[in-house]
Design a protein around this ligand. Structure first.
Ligand code: 13P
Ligand code: SF4
Length: 372
């Protein structure tokens, strides 16, 4: 029998339908945007997939997006990012603005590694060990990748939020006031930044939220300068020091640049480290022919690769490191929220309760006022 009219296997047919739907969604987004005009602004994180990020009015790292979110004038801010980013935009935006996350399942596995109950328990246990209000000695700092109620906790305790682009500024600011820092939820950003500032590794202890007193002795807590929450990014955790060795073996002139959410052993071997925006800036400024192995999310690395064919750009790991939660935002989701706005309906709004908002804003405003 001739091999014509072969039926698609079921999965391929489903994939083909999805591709068609996504292509149609691009046109739907264009139409809706035209109608909505300046009423809507789309903010996009660098990890967002191309089909979605192409519609962003502004792209940036978490710091830039929070700054931009605070300045936006539009009635609707559609956030092509993850939940904690949209929450921060809601906290920093005006009361008459609405923040929308196109897919409510776009969370962050690292942000989910610390919750308020655990942090309150830790704070009470620290009080017990210090035999004093922890606020006399310890400054809480939460990474931007955390829930709004953790930002509120920090705001209430005179602390700040930080991002990967201003963590050192935040730590310096904290140490000017208190002798210790409680840093959550990303142990790697905290450790890498502390190490770059000259803090010995043994003075940065790891707080395991599933153990009484974080699994630490009183002595460890009393001697610590930074108490690091045992959290990590499941995407950046996949980059290994051996990947750096392998690239250097085959390309001795390669530059390795990584995100500070990578483990210390990777950062130690890299040539440079910084936020997503910092990585992009370094690549943009490099000479043609520069070779890069980049340790961060694959959509951003692939985009850099396409935009800079004059350089050799590779992902640091041999397998795809994908932020699967950010990937959940599809063109279909974007088309859906925009078309509903055209019809006067707001779907997927991100609304931080007022009491949380006020306190979290203290911490975010502090972050924005600390020099980078
Ligand atoms: P940036 O602030 O560097 O964009 O990082 C955000 C993030 O979630 C990285 O995983
Ligand atoms: Fe969260 Fe990691 Fe995705 Fe960044 S890359 S949003 S830290 S899961």
């Amino acid at each position: 029998m001739a091999a014509t009219n072969l039926a698609f296997p079921e999965e391929s047919a489903a994939e083909a339908t999805l591709i068609e739907q996504e292509e149609a969604a691009i046109e739907r987004i264009k139409r809706a945007r035209q109608i909505l005009g300046e009423d809507v602004v789309i903010l996009g994180h660098h990890y967002q997939r191309d089909e979605v990020v192409q519609f962003a009015d502004f792209t940036g790292d978490s710091y830039q997006l929070s700054k931009e979110g605070a300045k936006v004038n539009a009635k609707y801010i559609v956030f092509a990012g993850v939940h904690f980013m949209a929450e921060s935009a809601d906290i920093l935006s005006r009361d008459d603005q609405v923040v929308i996350l196109p897919n409510l399942k776009a969370g962050c596995s690292m942000a989910d590694m610390a919750n308020l109950e655990q942090v309150l328990t830790a704070w009470a246990e620290l009080e017990d060990v210090l035999m004093a209000d922890p606020a006399q000695h310890i400054m809480p700092i939460t990474y931007m990748n955390s829930a709004a109620n953790l930002k509120a906790f920090v705001g209430e305790h005179d602390g700040t939020v930080c991002t990967s682009s201003n963590a050192e500024g935040a730590l310096n600011w904290a140490f000017a006031q208190r002798e210790k820092v409680f840093f959550f939820p990303d142990q790697h950003l905290g450790r890498n930044t502390g190490k770059a500032m000259g803090i010995p590794l043994e003075q940065m202890v790891l707080w395991d939220p599933f153990q009484p007193y974080g699994g630490l002795t009183d002595e460890q807590i009393l001697n610590a300068r930074i108490i690091l929450w045992q959290g990590h990014c499941s995407v950046h955790q996949q980059f290994r020091p051996e990947h750096v060795d392998l690239w250097r073996k085959h390309h001795p002139d390669i530059r390795v640049i990584v995100h500070p959410e990578c483990m210390r052993e990777v950062v130690d071997k890299a040539d440079d480290v910084g936020s997503t925006a910092y990585i992009i800036k370094q690549v943009e400024a490099a000479a043609p022919g520069t070779k890069w192995a980049i340790g961060t999310e694959i959509h951003m690395v692939n985009r850099l690769k396409q935009e800079h064919p004059e350089q050799m750009i590779q992902l640091l790991s041999p397998f795809a490191c994908l932020c699967s939660t950010m990937y959940r935002i599809s063109p279909l989701d974007l088309a859906n929220v925009l078309e509903n706005l055209v019809e006067g309906r707001v779907i997927n709004p991100i609304v931080v309760p007022d009491d949380v908002k006020q306190k979290a804003k203290l911490a975010l405003d502090r972050m924005l006022s600390i020099p980078k």
